[in-house]
Design a protein around this ligand. Sequence first.
Ligand code: IDP
Ligand code: MG
Length: 156
Amino acid sequence: METTLIILKPDALQRGLMGRIISRFEDKGLQVVGAKLMTISQELAGRHYESHEGKPFYDGLVSFMTSSPVLVLALRGIDAITISRGMMGATFGSKADPGTIRGDFGVSNSFNLIHGSDSPEAAERELGLFFAEGELQEWTRAIEGWVYDCSGDTPE
Ligand code: IDP
Ligand code: MG
């Protein structure tokens, strides 16, 4: 099982899209193991996006991400990182395919609704930035045995 860090960005909250976006992940079968409504500080935005420092869009990105509250989620599942990146769609709303979150809900290239970790290393680092020890909930869903085939040694 993999856990990934998702952020519903300020535009998703301002536009009232939180529930519809979370529903997509729940419908798919990913498990919510962490959730936090917060306003990101400049310092945290800088650490989260440190690999983009110096790029032309960096200042605008930090200012956008700190401008109003976000919903931070930790989602768990087999291949949760790749699955959720696929569900998010391409970075730019104008290019993202229909059927994806960015493709269905937005047209902007900078207000693109959602962040998702892009590798296991990034997920570990980003989960550590947003969730303290013990904040992720280890829980078994009542539906687990119907989301995955659990008849063998590992869920499939
Ligand atoms: P990703 O979010 O799809 O992983 P990244 O390339 O990692 O995309 O960029 C991080 C974020 O920076 C994007 O989600 C978007 O909000 C913003 N961004 C990236 N490129 C541009 C750009 O060319 N103009 C404006 N914002 C950008
Ligand atoms: Mg990225």
